[in-house]
Design a protein around this ligand. Structure first.
Ligand SMILES: O=C(O)CCC(=O)C(=O)O
Length: 386
């Protein structure tokens, strides 16, 4: 039995832990237009920018801002990634409307109505990667996330929202709406491995396969790696609480823009402060309105029965799946494998940033602490209590 669209929507808006959905996207709906051969045909000769990284051990994580970019058609990408295992290639985090506005067949094939949301490819991002292509561990600061795996396999390692301190959260490199972990999950060092043994947050691990859809609730940390040639599409769904997240991000961006030479995914010198202040004021007003609305709701004695994931799993076996917690040994096995899979002599350091090198590490730490989520919280709370 398949859950109704309304129920799927309710699950996504109410459940606070990752959920795996099977058999919702399939050959009988719009998504079938994105089956591999047809998708390759639809992509045609469009040149796409692929980020290039190394299938080797590096000391720092392979930050996006330090990778170079190679423009290729999908066929060129498939040829080059077949022949070359030393590098990985990733057309990642690309808003589909920016790349395929001329190709409505692609945009319309992405159909989130099946999950109860009026969203299509126009609202989604596309990820095409070769084996080893990965996204460093991070937390998205607003929205919740639905990810459809269209081809190949991707591993997802997830940690609960309150794991920031244990994952050594950092705002450097700065990227809007992304809080990174300093850990290099792709090629962890031995000391990273030991540090993980002390992380006492329950991690979750899933290999997402073709046709499966993963739901990642707000705030869950994730490290994602392509296990082979993989294509996925995701959509971030807005939540009522996003205005507060946007305010936090606006404050962070303002502070970052006032500091020199912070490694960043965008040029912080060209931040439009007028726009930023309008956005901040709007978010403050909306947050206050939401607070008032919540305070006004009469405390009626209506009994609302919350959804319970284990009941849904029993009711829709094989369609709705909970993702179990990793125990310490399992997490340690995953990290040990990643620690030992590359020959150590290949160790290279991709941290090419010149302004924040080892000589001024303390300065980097000061900037980072200044923009850390706890400090931003203090500022935001005082704005909301004015
Ligand atoms: O697929 C990936 O590499 C990362 C996806 C991601 O970070 C996201 O959907 O939030």
């Amino acid at each position: 039995m398949t859950p109704s669209r309304d129920l799927l929507k309710q699950i996504i808006l109410e459940i606070n832990e990752p959920v795996l959905f099977n058999e919702i996207i399939n050959h009988d709906n719009n998504w079938n237009k994105l089956e591999l051969n047809n998708f390759i045909k639809l992509l045609g000769d469009n040149k796409l920018p692929f980020r290039v990284g190394k299938n080797k051990a590096t000391i720092e994580p392979q930050w996006d801002i330090n990778c170079h970019v190679q423009s290729m058609t999908i066929n060129e990408f498939m040829e080059i990634s077949d022949d070359n295992n030393e590098d990985w290639f990733y057309f990642d985090y690309k808003y589909m409307h920016e790349w395929f506005n001329e190709k409505p067949e692609i945009l319309e094939a992405v159909d989130w109505k099946l999950f109860g949301f009026e969203k299509s490819g126009k609202d989604s991002t596309l990820w095409i990667g070769s084996k080893g292509a990965h996204t460093n561990c991070h937390q998205d600061t607003y929205g919740c996330n639905l990810i459809a795996q269209l081809h190949g396999r991707k591993e997802w390692l997830l940690f609960p929202p309150d794991s920031g301190a244990q994952l050594k959260q950092t705002r450097i490199p700065y990227e809007e709406s992304t809080i990174y972990s300093k850990y290099n999950f792709f090629s962890p060092t031995k000391s990273d491995r030991e540090a993980f043994e002390r992380v006492n947050k329950a991690a979750k691990y899933i290999v997402l396969k073709q046709g499966q859809v993963l739901f990642v609730p707000k705030g869950w940390w994730h490290y994602v790696e392509s296990l082979d040639f993989s294509i996925s599409v995701n959509v971030w769904l807005p939540l009522e609480s996003d205005n507060e997240g946007r305010l936090r991000e606006a404050v962070t961006k303002f502070l970052m823009s006032k500091m020199d030479n912070v490694p960043a995914a965008e040029d912080l010198r060209s931040v439009d402060l007028k726009n930023l202040s309008v956005l901040m004021q709007h978010c403050v007003d909306e947050c206050k309105k939401l607070r008032e609305k919540n305070d006004e709701i009469p405390k009626k004695k209506v009994k609302i029965t919350p959804l319970v994931l284990s009941d849904l799993v029993n009711e829709y076996p094989g369609v709705i799946t909970a993702i179990g917690d990793l125990n310490k040994e399992e997490l340690s096995r995953i990290i040990s494998f990643k620690n030992s899979r590359f020959k150590r002599e290949y160790k290279i350091n991709l941290d090419v940033d010149k302004s924040f090198n080892d000589d001024n590490d303390i300065l980097k730490t000061v900037v980072d602490r200044f923009c850390s989520p706890d400090i931003i919280d203090v500022i935001v709370n005082s704005l909301l209590n004015d």
